[in-house]
Design a protein around this ligand. Sequence first.
Ligand code: CTP
Ligand code: CA
Length: 230
Amino acid sequence: RAIAEKFGLLAGKQVMITAGPTREAIDPVRYISNHSTGKMGFALAAACYAAGANVTLIAGPVSLDTPNGVKRKNVSSAVQMLNESMQMLENGCDIFIATAAVADYRVAEVAEHKIKKAGDELNVALVKNPDIVATIAQQEKRPFMVGFAAETRNIEEYAAGKLVAKKLDMIACNDVSRADIGFASDENAMTVFFAEHYQLDKRDLEKASKQEIAQQLIEAIHDALHRDPS
Ligand code: CTP
Ligand code: CA
């Protein structure tokens, strides 16, 4: 059995995980979204539960079964994902893990009726979505915050930047330019960075199944939590 499960590394912890893509409506029949499948978030939810945590998944539209023992709230848009997360936070949360591939922008004005094909060009104005993980990291009673980053280049620089900008405790980053890992793949390879005050070196997680990566991420969370002076 994996260490996280064997030693109940998250025993008694309340864990919230965002997962999957968000869907941003254009009109009643169309939307903007991305290729996220939610597999990493769902694998983490299962592993956190097995490690003794009380787990709530806040899931965008994905076609995955809810892991055994995990509570699940389904959402569609980024704004809904934020609202649901904020509401769930009131029940208490020790660890917040943001695996969701949140759409960075939404359509400024969703058309009430199906948009009819007309001219040769169509322009749709977009506005920025709220940053869910950064918003929660700003709350007074903030959980231990874990972010994910998918990059195609300058991985370390961008990941470290997001760690600081979003006030995260930990960030796990993967290289989506590699065709063999990430997104729809069952395997993943990641590098984990911790906020400076933990004084923990970055960790390279070797290419492994998303289940195995989840175990290593739980060990990383556990290690950081046990070094936190607060
Ligand atoms: N995230 C979030 N809310 C958003 C955008 C991102 O909670 N509106 C979270 C993701 O779930 C992930 C982390 O922030 O844990 C990093 O997401 P990413 O898309 O890599 O970061 P962005 O700040 O959106 O930067 P960019 O897409 O420009 O690289
Ligand atoms: Ca983004």
